[in-house]
Structure formats: structure tokens, C-alpha cells
Ligand binder design. Structure first.
Ligand code: NAP
Length: 326
């Protein structure tokens, strides 16, 4: 496992990391989370991604319980959380849902710290942009969170390049803590934001990337070609909106065309897709997902593949999915 600087910061993250969305609490209990975390860290991963909204706060509880049981030195791992959607959405019709206002953010970090049982969280993200709150208010709140010692670095997730730059400029002007990283979706079917929209931000403001869904939720593993397997994310209730994409016929046909390339390389499709994302030097870490240990172990095989993806191979891979990629 190699480590990469998180943008211009001094923090180094493992090139592959592990997230908890969908899995923790829904598919993975505390004992299984502990096993996954131990296997991940044993292979060199040092970053574990989370969010307030995942399983309505329960993903943070599961990760916190597992970390406590593992008794790792706090220096040896990095955890994150993200804020925007809010908890108790029905009980809080205003101010604490779909927002990045100061009141919500200052209370949200306390809730996450409590659920995870930690003194501070390494990385905190604004999980989505909030067009109804001035960016300046959000930047002050995120910077204050860091000044209070409750978080160490802050960033954004799925913000436009213009909003990220505006936030950075405000922080620069007021000598506040600047956004360090963005968390965008990045996979063979979703490339434009990372490769085009953010292009100037990497050198201009030193933006780091912690990218999500390298398998497009499992689609690129090829397992949806024959329909939705009963033990897969696609069969879970509650994420219906994603299922259409997982079973998209054209995308699944493209995935089938990647098989010979993977076979030539002696790797699996998940390994190919994860290595493809990690081969982009703008990516600080590829956040992977796994509902079971065998998947994690398979996905870790991508590490050895990254350096083998020559420009010619990358071109070959991209030629297959480019017509369907956004
Ligand atoms: N910032 C954001 O808005 C945002 C959004 C989404 C995700 N994220 C973060 O990014 C992380 C990764 O996203 P993701 O879970 O969507 O990643 P992904 O790699 O696209 O999908 C992971 C899922 O695919 C299946 N899978 C994984 N490895 C496999 C393998 N080797 N063979 C077959 N199936 C395999 C598993 O689901 P099943 O076994 O259930 O099918 C697994 O949970 C999340 O945990 C979260 O931390 C952030």
C-alpha cells in the first residue's frame, strides 16, 4: 500500500481506503465491522470513511464501537464524517436538515463525536452544497470546528468547482482553515467532475480527492449482468433509485467488454476498476466499499495493479466505457 498526501496538506492517506455507506448497520454489524477494519488496516489502509446520515447515525455508532474494541492507537488511523442531511429529519422541519448553517454544523459535530466515542474526527465534510446558506457562514463554522479541536481538516463533497473555489477564497481572505479535500464520485462511468470540472483546482488551491464508488455501487464487478443477486446492495430496500443504474443494460454490456482486458492482466473486474481510479495522480485515496471480507480482500488486489496500468491499457479500458460515462 502506498500513501499519498491529502492534497496540499501534510496528512498522508492510504491510496485505497474503506467506507461504511449502505454496509454498516444494514449489512455489517459491529463484529463484522471490526473484522473488516482489522483486515483493511492489516493491509495498510489508514482511512475509514463515514457520515452522519449513513444508517441515520448508526454507521457512526458501529464504527465507534468497532474502533473501541480494536484499541488501535489514535495516531494510526484517520476517520471522517460528513454533515448536510441531518438526523431526525421529520422532527426538525427547518434548520437541521439539508443545510450547512452554523447552528446545525456546530451541533452536528458534537453528535458525531458522541456516536463515535472520539475526542476529534480527522476529516469532516460538507456532504452536499447548500444554496440557501451563505458559503461564508459555512466556511466560518467548519473553520471553527477545527479551531475548537473537534476536527482536523475539512472539505466538501459533490460541490461545484466554483463553490469550492469561493470557499477557499473566503478562508484565505479571513485567515480561516481552508477546505483541503473534496469527495466526489469517480468511476469508469462517472468521470467529468474529477477529470474536467476540478482540473484547475488541483494546482491552484492544492485540492485533494477522496473519491467514492469505484465500482459504481457494484455495477463494475459484473455481478448485475444476470439481474440483481439476492445478497447484493441492489436487493436491499431503500436505495431503489440506485437499482436502475446497477441493472442498466448498456452499462452491463460495457462491463462485459472489460472482461478480456481483466483476463489479460490476470485480475478481476473490481480490481481493474479500483486500480483505474487509483492510477489518477489527482486522487489522494479511492474509498472502496465491502459488505464482506472476501470482497475487501479481492479489492485489495488492486494495489499491485495500479503501477501496471500503462497509458495504453488505460486508453483501452476507457474506450469501452467512455461512450456511457458522464
Ligand atoms: N460523499 C458521498 O456522497 C458518498 C456517496 C457514496 C459513497 N461514499 C463513500 O464511498 C464509499 C464507497 O462507496 P461504495 O460503497 O458505493 O463503493 P463501490 O466500490 O462502488 O461499491 C461497493 C459495494 O459493491 C459491492 N462489492 C464490493 N466489492 C465487490 C467485489 N469484489 N465483488 C462484488 N461486489 C463487490 C458491495 O456491495 P454488495 O455486496 O452489497 O453488493 C460493496 O458494498 C462508501 O462506503 C462511502 O464511505 C460517499
Amino acid at each position: 500500500m502506498q500513501y499519498r498526501r491529502l492534497g496540499r496538506s501534510g496528512l498522508q492517506v492510504s491510496e485505497l481506503s474503506l467506507g461504511s455507506w449502505v454496509t454498516y448497520h444494514n449489512q455489517v454489524d459491529t463484529a463484522a465491522a471490526r473484522e473488516l477494519l482489522a483486515a483493511a488496516k492489516g493491509a495498510g489502509m489508514n482511512f475509514f470513511d463515514n457520515a452522519e446520515a449513513y444508517a441515520k447515525g448508526m454507521s457512526e455508532v458501529v464504527m465507534g464501537d468497532a474502533l473501541r474494541a480494536l484499541e488501535w492507537p489514535r495516531l494510526s488511523y484517520i476517520v471522517s464524517t460528513k454533515f448536510y442531511w441531518g438526523l431526525d429529519r421529520d422532527a426538525q422541519p427547518v434548520n437541521h436538515r439539508d443545510t450547512l448553517n452554523r447552528k446545525y454544523l456546530m451541533q452536528a459535530i458534537d453528535g458525531s463525536l458522541r456516536r463515535m466515542g472520539l475526542d476529534f474526527i480527522d476529516l469532516v465534510y460538507c456532504h452536499r452544497p447548500d444554496p440557501n446558506t451563505p458559503i461564508e457562514e459555512t466556511v466560518w463554522a467548519m473553520s471553527d470546528m477545527i479551531r475548537q479541536g473537534k476536527a482536523l481538516y475539512w472539505g466538501t463533497s459533490e460541490w461545484s468547482a466554483a463553490d469550492i473555489r469561493a470557499a477557499w477564497d473566503i478562508a484565505e481572505r479571513h485567515h480561516l482553515h481552508k477546505p483541503v479535500m473534496e469527495q466526489p464520485q469517480y468511476n469508469l462511468f462517472h468521470r467529468r467532475r474529477v477529470e474536467q470540472e476540478y482540473a484547475r483546482l488541483y494546482d491552484d488551491i492544492g485540492l485533494g480527492l477522496t473519491t467514492w464508488s469505484p465500482l459504481a455501487g457494484g455495477l463494475v464487478s459484473g455481478k448485475y449482468r444476470g439481474g440483481v443477486p439476492p445478497d447484493s446492495r441492489g436487493a436491499l430496500g431503500g436505495i431503489g433509485a440506485f437499482v436502475k443504474d446497477l441493472t442498466d443494460a448498456a452499462k452491463n454490456a460495457a462491463v462485459a467488454q472489460l472482461e478480456p482486458i481483466a483476463a489479460e492482466l490476470g485480475c478481476t473486474l473490481p480490481q481493474l476498476a479500483i486500480a483505474w481510479a487509483a492510477r489518477n495522480p489527482r486522487v489522494s485515496t479511492v474509498i472502496t466499499g465491502a459488505s464482506r471480507r472476501a470482497q475487501l480482500e479481492e479489492n485489495l488486489g488492486a494495489v499491485a495493479l495500479i503501477a501496471r496500468l500503462t497509458p495504453t491499457l488505460v486508453q483501452q479500458i476507457e474506450a469501452v466505457t467512455a461512450p456511457l460515462a458522464g
